[in-house]
Ligand binder design. Structure first.
Ligand SMILES: C[S@@+](CC[C@H](N)C(=O)[O-])C[C@H]1O[C@@H](n2cnc3c(N)ncnc32)[C@H](O)[C@@H]1O
Length: 323
C-alpha cells in the first residue's frame, strides 16, 4: 500500500505552497498546444494549471476545478482577470455536468486529475487532515459538504469502521483500533481532534512500523472514506473519455495503489476490444477501443523525490482518446 497520509504528513514545507508533482511529464504527456482547450480538474494551488496556461497562448482555454472552496478562491484570485480561464467549484464526479453546461463535452484536448490532498490542506490544522498539527477532526476537502471525520466516527459501527480501516489502508490492527474508537464513543469521550485520535490509536497499537506513526493508516483510511475518494475517481473516469475530443489526452496522477489500480484498469479496459462472440467477423464500432495508452506509468526520478517528498508515491498514467 502506498501512502496517502505518508505523503500528507511529509515533513515541514512552506505553508500554503504546493509544488506540482511530475510537472514535466504531465506537460510531455498532455502536449498542450496553442489555441487548445484543457481542463485541470484538481486545481489545488495551480502549479500544473499555470504551466498549461503558459503553453496555450492567447487563443487557448483552460477550465480549472476543485471541490475545495479555498482552492477555488485561490484560482479566482489568480486568474479572475484572465478571459481564457473558467473556474469551477465541483467534484471530479460532477465535472461532466459542469462541462456539459459549458458545452465542452467531447471538446477537451487535455484533461488532468492530480488526485489526493494539497499541501495547503494538510498544512492547515483547522482542516483536520494532520495528526502532527492538532486540529478539529474534519478531513473534508470541501468543509461545506458531507460529514466530517468526527461525524463519521460518531455514527459508524465497529465492524464497518474496521472494514474502512482495512479496505482503505490495509490496517492490520483494524479491529483493535475500531474497538477502541467505539469504546471511547460509548464512554462519551470520542476524540474531538486529530491529536486525540492519533493518541487513542497509538495507545492500542502494539507495535510501531519503523518510520511510520501508528495512526498513519487510520488517518489515510478515514480521509478516503470522508471524501469518498474512490467513488470520486470512478465517477470521474466514467465520463472522462466522453469529455475528450478525438486525439485528446487524459493524465491522472495517483498517490496510492487503491487509486492507481483503478486508473490502470480503466485505461486497460478502454484500450481493448470488448468481448465478442467468435461468430462476429468484424469488430463493430461500439466494441472498438476508445483509448490508447501513451507510454508506461511514470514515477518521479530521484531528484524530484529528494526535493519533494510528496512526489515519492506519485504514479502518472496518460492515455489518448482514439475515437
Ligand atoms: C494534489 S492537489 C492538486 C495540486 C495541483 N495540481 C497543483 O499543482 O497545485 C489535489 C487537489 O485536488 C482536489 N481534489 C481531490 N479530490 C477531488 C475531487 N474528488 N473532486 C474535486 N477536487 C478534488 C483537492 O481539493 C486538492 O486541491
Amino acid at each position: 500500500m502506498g501512502a496517502a497520509n505518508q505523503r500528507a504528513e511529509a515533513g515541514p514545507e512552506k505553508a500554503q505552497a504546493h509544488r506540482p508533482v511530475l510537472l514535466e511529464s504531465v506537460l510531455e504527456g498532455l502536449r498542450p498546444q496553442a489555441g487548445g482547450v484543457y481542463c485541470d480538474a484538481t486545481y489545488g494551488r495551480g502549479g500544473h494549471a499555470e504551466a498549461l496556461l503558459q503553453r496555450i497562448g492567447p487563443g487557448g482555454r483552460l477550465i480549472v476545478a476543485d471541490r475545495d472552496p479555498e482552492a477555488v478562491a485561490a484560482a479566482r484570485q489568480r486568474h479572475g482577470s484572465d478571459e481564457r480561464v473558467t473556474v469551477l467549484h465541483c467534484t471530479l464526479a460532477e465535472l461532466h455536468h459542469a462541462l456539459d453546461e459549458l458545452q465542452l463535452r467531447g471538446r477537451l484536448d487535455g484533461l488532468l486529475a492530480d488526485l489526493g490532498v494539497s499541501s495547503p490542506q494538510v498544512d492547515d490544522p483547522q482542516r483536520g487532515f494532520s495528526f502532527q498539527r492538532d486540529g478539529p477532526l474534519d478531513m473534508r476537502m470541501d468543509p461545506g459538504a458531507g460529514e466530517s471525520a468526527r461525524e463519521l466516527l460518531a455514527r459508524t459501527g465497529e465492524r464497518d469502521l474496521a472494514r474502512i480501516l482495512r479496505d482503505h489502508a490495509e490496517e492490520r490492527q483494524a479491529r483493535r483500533i475500531a474497538r477502541a474508537i467505539v469504546r471511547a464513543r460509548d464512554a462519551g469521550s470520542l476524540p474531538e481532534t486529530t491529536g486525540a485520535l492519533a493518541a487513542l490509536v497509538e495507545s492500542v497499537v502494539p507495535r510501531r512500523e519503523p518510520g511510520r506513526h501508528p495512526a498513519t493508516r487510520t488517518f489515510q483510511a478515514l480521509r478516503i472514506a470522508v471524501n469518498d475518494e474512490l467513488g470520486q475517481i470512478d465517477g470521474f473516469l466514467e465520463h472522462a473519455i466522453d469529455l475528450l475530443a478525438p486525439g485528446g489526452r487524459l493524465a491522472v496522477i495517483a498517490f496510492h495503489s487503491l487509486e492507481d489500480r483503478r486508473v490502470k484498469r480503466f485505461i486497460r479496459r478502454a484500450s481493448s476490444v470488448g468481448d465478442l462472440p467468435p461468430s462476429v467477423p468484424v469488430v463493430p464500432e461500439e466494441a472498438q477501443p476508445r483509448l490508447k495508452p501513451v507510454g508506461r506509468a511514470i514515477q518521479a526520478d530521484d531528484t524530484e523525490r529528494d526535493a519533494n517528498p510528496r512526489a515519492r508515491s506519485a504514479v502518472l498514467r496518460i492515455a489518448e482518446r482514439v475515437r
